[in-house]
Structures are given as C-alpha cells and as structure tokens.
Design a protein around this ligand. Structure first.
Ligand code: GUN
Length: 282
C-alpha cells in the first residue's frame, strides 16, 4: 500500500486565497488587518520564518510591521515594545518569535501580549480557554494540522490519536484540539515506554519531537493518517520527524516535509490575525 500524500502547500494556498478575499472586504469598510512580528537576535531559522511571515502577510493585503531587536536587548525594552504594540490600534496581531535569548523569560514576554492580539495562542489565558472549551486563539501549527486531518478524515470522533511530543507550542495544544474533536488522545514523550507498540494502535499519528526520521515505518498502523510536524535540517536537506519513505508504504495518508504542515502554520497565523481583527471591530 502506498499512502496518499497530504498536500499542505495546496491547502494553505487555498486558505490564503480565502483570507485575502476577507481582507479585501474588510479594507472596503476602511479596516486593514495588521500583524506585528518581533524578532530578537539573529537565529538563522527564525530569520527565514519572519521573512516569510512578512511576505505572506503583505501578499494577503494585510499590513506587516516588523521589529528586529539585537540579541542583547534588555527584557524590559522588549516588554515596552510589546506594550506599545498592545496599545496600537493598527496592530491586530502580535507575534514574538521564539526562542528568545536566554536572559529573557519567554512566559513573561508571551503573557505581556494582550490576549485578543495573541495570534500565536501562547498567552496563558488562551491556553486556559482552549483547555476549557472557551473561544480561544489557537496555536497555528496545531490548528493547521487539525485542518489537514479534518479535510482527510472528516470526523475524528473516537479515533485513536497519538501525539508524540509535549511542547507548549505543538504537542499540548494539538492534544487539546484532538480532544475537542472527540478523538481518544495519548501524548507520548521521551520517557514513554514501548513507543513503537503504542504507535501501532494509533489511527492518527502527530509527530512533533524535532528528531529527524524518529518515527519508523514499522511503527505505523496500516492505513493510519500521519502528520509530520518536524522540520529538521540535515545534510540531506529538510526532513521530518517521520521516515517518510518507510511510513508511506504503510500509512493511508501522510504529510511530506517540506510541503505538508509547514505552509499551514503561516496561513493559520494570517487566519488568526483576520479573526483578531474581526473581533476587534465587532
Ligand atoms: N518558533 C517556532 N514556532 C513558533 C511559532 O509558532 N510562534 C512563535 N512565536 N515562535 C515560534
């Protein structure tokens, strides 16, 4: 059996088209959604992400505000910038690119963003709202992964879903979203025992561990849907957390890397910015 590739690139392009249409309609009412992205330091991967975020924001017709601060910026200065963006009516969404330099407290910075403008969904209030079924800003990578899963499977109700990875950015919110869709959710991590056996019981596998080719083909239940969130730079270029060549022989459907979940993340960021703008303008 050969898995159907899940084309996140095409799905994201369609989503961006719909966002551009909504943005154009808002602009006719005199409202232009604005996204502010803050990058502290010179992490090369972060620079690439921030550049693409700015480009896609502008292509969708939204305003993009980019703020670059040197790595040695005092935390108080970053917090002052966040406060200025909180108060700026032209800014509907604020994203502070992670990771931050070691002298900064990521939780303090994240929680300084006004929750209505927290398009990353990392503010403690949005985390709590998602966990309790209230209207929340939802983190972009899990949201994009959920959209691909729903598109492929329809209802997720009762399906066994295994999330490998327990990060605040992907693993935990992904588990919350799957639970909200009535999947039976297991979260695995570095201390999990018998991971290959556990994985073989999963109808849905979300791999978010950040280790190249960590998930092997013989861990996959025949016909399962595999979402690979990993983006690992290796000598062979960008590869996912799943051994694609092996897993594609067994799975029913699988996201490639690149071209799977990656493009969905920025599209969902733009969707969240649009949502934040709509909510701010009644
Ligand atoms: N670093 C890696 N992924 C993300 C993300 O989704 N949002 C932010 N702010 N930083 C990240």
């Amino acid at each position: 059996m050969t898995a159907t590739p899940i084309d996140g690139k095409a799905f994201a392009a369609g989503l961006r088209e719909r966002i551009a249409e909504h943005t154009a309609a808002m602009k006719e009412r005199g409202i232009t959604p604005g996204l502010a992205v803050v990058l502290v330091g010179e992490d090369p991967a972060s620079q690439v992400y921030v550049r693409s975020k700015g480009k896609q924001t502008r292509e969708t017709g939204m305003n993009s505000f980019e703020h670059r601060l040197p790595a040695e910026t005092p935390e108080a200065e970053l917090l002052a910038l966040v406060e200025q963006l909180n108060e700026d009516p032209a800014v509907n969404g604020i994203l502070v690119q992670l990771p931050l330099p070691d002298h900064m407290d990521e939780a303090r910075v994240t929680n300084a963003i006004r929750p209505e403008k927290d398009v990353d969904g990392f503010h403690i209030l949005n985390v709590g709202r998602l966990a309790t079924g209230q209207k929340a800003m939802v983190p972009c990578t899990p949201l994009g992964s959920l959209m691909l899963l729903r598109d492929r499977l329809g209802s997720l109700s009762g399906k066994n879903a295994l999330v490998i990875g327990r990060s605040n950015i992907v693993g935990k919110p992904m588990a919350q979203l799957l639970l909200r869709d009535s999947a039976t959710v297991t979260i695995a991590h570095s201390r999990t025992q018998n991971l290959p056996e556990l994985c073989r019981t999963a109808d849905i596998v979300i791999a978010a561990v950040g280790r190249a080719h960590f998930v092997k083909g013989d861990w996959i239940k025949p016909g399962a849907t595999v979402i690979d969130v990993g983006i690992n730079r290796t000598d062979d270029g960008l590869v996912g957390d799943v051994d694609f060549a092996e897993a594609a022989q067994v799975a029913g459907a699988i996201t490639p890397v690149p071209g799977g979940v990656g493009p969905m993340t920025i599209a969902c960021l733009l969707a969240n910015t649009l949502t934040a703008t709509a909510r701010a303008n009644g």
